[in-house]
Design a protein around this ligand. Structure first.
Ligand code: DX5
Ligand code: ZN
Length: 221
């Protein structure tokens, strides 16, 4: 099977929000492929972050694609607005309204579907031709800096064993230490918030994660 190329997507949740444009430029210069943007509504998840105005502002300054992860209860209502604000790929949660996938594509975006740690992967199988990426959560969504949950990795192997050859993103607790096992399971897009922004040398950290991921990509599938 062919797995798409490795992409490193630093999560801006761990950036300095007062200096967001500078951190975006610096992390792009350090080798980020995508910029991961966490939108939380204080309802689907127990935290509130940023919304449409900040996505729009990011789009005006970013040179890399915006990978916008909406942890909100009502993605159908907001799908078109986030695509118009600048989300290149927009990921909603299967636990909310998976029909938002169609609204995202209709608005011209690439559609992602996220799966929480306790949610089984089986219901995603019949949605695979309506989406462009599956995001497997490796922490309970809501906060950066949590520990990686290796028990979610069989879901990624399952996706690849079904023959799914699209992007599979993993989000939560990804660092140079944990990225190898996620890549071996078949993930090719790696979100890392505290793992990148908490490091002294962002470029060296991204390069080391990329090297490890490329070496281990798909070895278990
Ligand atoms: C968690 C968010 C993640 C978070 C990852 O709800 O979806 O994107 O920013 O942060 P780290 O990499 O620190 O676990
Ligand atoms: Zn996220």
């Amino acid at each position: 099977m062919t797995i798409p190329s490795v992409k490193i997507a630093p999560s801006l949740l761990s950036a300095d929000f007062v200096r967001l444009a500078q951190d975006v430029a610096a992390v792009e210069d350090a080798g980020a492929d995508w910029l991961h943007v966490d939108v939380m509504d204080g309802h689907f998840v127990p935290n509130l972050t940023i919304g449409l105005p900040v996505v729009k502002a990011l789009k005006a300054t970013a040179r890399r694609p915006l990978d916008v992860h909406i942890m909100i209860s009502n993605p159908v209502e907001y799908a078109e607005r986030y695509v118009e604000a600048g989300a290149d790929i927009l990921t909603c949660h299967v636990e909310t309204e998976p029909e938002a996938l169609d609204a995202i594509r209709a608005a011209g975006g690439r559609a992602g579907l996220a799966v929480n740690p306790e949610t089984p992967i089986d219901p995603v199988r019949e949605l695979l031709d309506r989406l462009d990426m599956v995001l497997v959560m490796s922490v309970h969504p809501g906060f950066g800096g949590q520990s990686f949950m290796p028990e979610v990795l069989p879901k990624i192997e399952q996706l690849r064993n079904w023959g799914y050859e699209g992007d599979v993103e993993i989000d939560g607790g990804i660092s140079p230490k944990t990225i190898g096992d996620a890549a071996a399971a078949g993930a090719n897009v790696f979100v890392s918030g505290s793992g990148v922004f908490g490091a002294d040398d962002w470029a060296a950290t991204i390069a080391s994660m990329r090297r490890t991921a490329e070496q281990r990509l798909g070895v278990n599938v």
